[in-house]
Design a protein around this ligand. Structure first.
Ligand code: SF4
Length: 298
């Protein structure tokens, strides 16, 4: 084993031994025992239009959503246990058979232009325009063209508003996707775990999936905001060992900011539970301390 390996093991051991507050431990154990029957039973309905909102986002302010994915089903390269839209029918990176269900670039531009004109007329307050919606936006084969057009429209109508994306990072290894992401003002990228095994359990990625490639892609992006969701129950990524592995990747990526949060809506897998605020704050402190990166807990 090289010295880097030894340092990593030491790093993990230190984090695992970092004192987990008693209240945090008690809440974790309580949540692991949670009975799924006590949870509400419905996930969020899918977006049935290209433009939706504006919605008030905890992280993006008042945000107008752009959905460049199908309206009738979720199209994603992940199948996260905690997804608010329920299960992904078939996690995929290959879209050839779904092309007919995707909005075309001219439809996206026309819908966005109409919305921006209306918002300007009505003087609606807006902080951001965000690519999100029914799955992973970067999977759209015309993603680059759509981003370029959205940027032109934003500059024309509401230049002060930020253009953002919520992405699961699965395509960040592709140069073309990275170039499109760089055109945006805010790149909020998902990374929930520091081992391929835990990513498989929690995010259910389509094959092939290489965590090293994702981390390298995130590292090469400018001003990445990492967004990491922590859960407990059937699968947990909030225990000290899992947090330690994840922190190694955060340290490697050196993002602009890390946002840690937990379930806000009903998850696809009902046997998952929230982690409490003290746990999120503890994780955020570890990020600041171990990776030297600003972190916010929501
Ligand atoms: S990446 Fe997002 S849309 Fe896709 S399954 Fe996970 S939470 Fe749902």
């Amino acid at each position: 084993m090289g010295s880097a390996g030894a340092v990593n093991i030491l790093f993990r051991k230190e984090i695992a031994e970092a004192k987990e507050p008693e209240k945090v431990r008690q809440d974790r154990l309580k949540s692991e025992d949670m009975d799924s029957a006590t949870q509400p039973q419905k996930t969020l309905p899918l977006q049935n239009e290209i433009i939706y909102g504006p919605v008030r986002s905890r992280r993006l302010g008042v945000s107008l959503g752009i959905n460049i994915l199908p309206f009738r089903y979720k199209l994603c390269s992940f199948n996260c246990l905690y997804c608010q839209y329920g299960w992904t029918p078939k996690p995929t990176l290959n879209l050839t058979y779904q092309m007919k269900d995707l909005p075309q670039p001219d439809e996206v531009s026309a819908a966005l232009e109409r919305s921006l004109q209306r918002m300007l007329r009505q003087r609606t307050k807006l902080d951001s325009i965000t690519f999100s919606g029914n799955g992973e936006p970067t999977l759209h084969p015309d993603f680059v063209e759509i981003v370029e057009a959205a940027k032109t429209l934003r500059d024309r109508y509401l230049p002060q508003v930020k253009l953002a994306i919520l992405s699961n990072s699965s395509t960040v290894g592709e140069k073309e996707v990275r170039e499109a992401l760089e055109m945006l003002d805010l790149r909020v990228m998902k990374l929930d775990a520091g081992s391929e095994e835990l990513v498989r359990q929690l995010n259910g990625p389509a094959h092939p999936f290489y965590l090293g490639e994702i981390v390298a892609g995130l590292k090469s992006l400018r001003d990445v905001i990492l967004q990491s969701l922590f859960v407990q129950g059937r699968v947990t990524n909030a225990d000290p060992d899992s947090v330690a592995l994840w922190l190694e990747k955060v340290n490697e990526i050196q993002p602009l900011l890390v946002q840690v949060y937990t379930l806000d809506r009903v998850p696809a897998e009902r046997r998952l539970g929230k982690v409490n605020i003290p746990t999120l704050q503890w994780i955020a402190r570890q990020v600041r301390w171990r990776a030297g990166v600003p972190a916010e807990a929501y």
